[in-house]
Design a protein around this ligand. Structure first.
Ligand code: HEC
Ligand code: HEC
Length: 383
């Protein structure tokens, strides 16, 4: 099967299905937002929020990632201060910050006026990584080799003959160890973590996961304090140094996404974890993959399995925000068998304003894990 053939399959399949409107583009967040407690709304936590009110702090921080990624900016291009002086982020010193506020209104207005309120125009639609969108079509681009691109939010419809989501997941379950994998009750793993840019130095990482859906990833750092992402089965938090909020709780779609991540850590869940699951095909690093896409609440989740081995090579979770979707992608590699279960020993997680590399040195399936590991983490502090 050639790449052209596969892609032709979805090009001719044409119009976006109703599913697109229902699931991915209409954010569907109205209901979830209405239930947010007042104290987590961005305008009640930060000092100077006038354009992005009514959303939770975690979604608000996601919008800052959309701003930066869409314009090719770092935080300091619109803010003064830096990660040790968050108070200064409230200042309106940069004209770019003011422009960004106006653009939030403009974007919402375009979508409302011309697209029936569907979020089809975002910061990225115009900016595409540059602060000043191009006015003139580029001849170089037109006649040059196009840079590699990735699919947008939704999977293309499956070409004829593509296995169903259930068939793909069944093959995957066999590939990772069948009953041994579905019987997994916990995983305790240790290894090394390295972040992106100034965060690039290696640190120890500990991962705890307990079936059916508890998970904690703790990057140890005695100098600045640990970075911990925890989901206790119900509620999720990020406790990390150098952030405007010491311990940030996840809400709405962000919480759905963290829940999906915890559930999908256990093979026993993969067939039930997502609603509306459907399949399609694609390529990752020139290898054919079979994809399964579905929803977890308001989060959209796509799993890509190597067509030949059935192993998970990529997981993309994407959540809606007022200024565009927030994607987070994990690429898995180096699968090894531990007590009859195949588990990845390396992965890289990439999102709009960061990247993390994980490399495990030890993995203990079915180990006893103290329930306290999944409790709300305290604020980060050096030790
Ligand atoms: C394109 C400009 C732009 C970029 C880039 C940007 N921001 Fe912002 N930021 C804003 C705007 C505009 C606001 C105010 C939003 C409002 O009024 O609703 C804001 C507000 C904030 C606030 C709230 C401050 C307060 O107390 O009122 C924080 C915290 C923040 N940004 C963090 C960040 C971080 C972290 C990054 C980098 C990941 C970042 N921003 C990148 C434009 C930007
Ligand atoms: C419909 C297209 C469009 C959309 C959507 C859009 N922008 Fe813009 N933006 C522009 C154009 C065009 C300019 C340049 C205007 C000029 O040169 O005066 C600009 C300029 C800016 C600038 C000033 C950059 C600089 O270095 O001076 C900022 C900041 C900005 N946009 C932020 C945003 C953000 C944040 C969003 C999403 C909320 C957004 N834009 C969405 C078209 C768009």
């Amino acid at each position: 099967m050639t790449r052209e053939w596969r892609h032709a399959g979805w090009a001719v399949a044409g119009t976006a299905s109703l599913w697109i409107t229902a699931v991915a583009l209409a954010s569907g967040q109205g209901a979830a937002r209405a239930e947010l407690p007042r104290e987590v709304l961005a305008e009640n936590v930060f000092k100077n929020v006038t354009a992005l009110g009514g959303i939770s702090v975690d979604e608000f921080m996601g919008t800052m990632g959309v701003f930066s990624a869409s314009l090719g900016f770092s935080c300091e291009d619109c803010h003064t201060g830096g990660s040790n002086n968050w108070a200064r982020y409230a200042e309106d010193v940069s004209p770019r910050k003011q422009t960004a506020r106006r653009m939030v209104g403009m974007m919402a207005e375009i979508n409302k006026q011309y697209f029936g309120g569907r979020q089809v125009v975002t910061c990225f639609s115009c900016h595409r990584g540059a602060n000043r969108p191009k006015v003139t079509p580029s001849l170089t681009l037109l006649y040059g080799t196009p840079p590699p691109d990735e699919l947008d939010v939704l999977l293309p419809p499956a070409p004829p003959g593509t296995p169903s989501a259930a068939q793909i997941l069944d093959k995957h379950l066999q590939a990772v160890g069948g009953a041994r994998a579905t019987g997994l009750t916990s995983v305790l793993a240790k290894g090394t973590y390295a972040g992106y840019g100034p965060e690039g130095f290696p640190r120890p990482v500990e991962i705890y996961a307990k079936a059916p859906n508890q998970k904690a990833v703790v990057v140890r750092d005695s100098a600045s304090g640990d970075n911990a992402t925890v989901f206790d089965g119900q509620t999720g938090w990020l406790s990390a140094p150098f952030k405007p909020i010491d311990v940030m709780e996840f809400h709405g779609a962000e919480l759905d996404s963290v829940r999906a991540d915890a559930e999908l850590a256990f093979p026993a869940n993969v067939k039930q974890a997502l609603a509306n699951a459907r399949s399609s095909t694609d390529f990752i690093n020139d290898r054919p993959v079979l994809a399964v896409q579905g929803t977890k609440g308001n989060a959209l989740v796509t799993m890509y399995f190597d067509e030949e081995t059935g192993l998970l090579t990529r997981l993309v979770r994407s959540t809606p925000s007022v200024v565009g979707r927030l994607p987070i992608r994990t690429d898995y590699s180096d699968y090894r068998e531990v007590e009859g279960v195949k588990l990845p020993f390396k992965w890289t997680t990439t999102w709009l304003d960061g990247r993390s590399n994980f490399e495990l040195s030890s993995v203990q399936p079915n180990a006893a894990i103290d329930a306290a590991r999944f409790a709300r983490p305290g604020p980060p502090k050096p030790y």
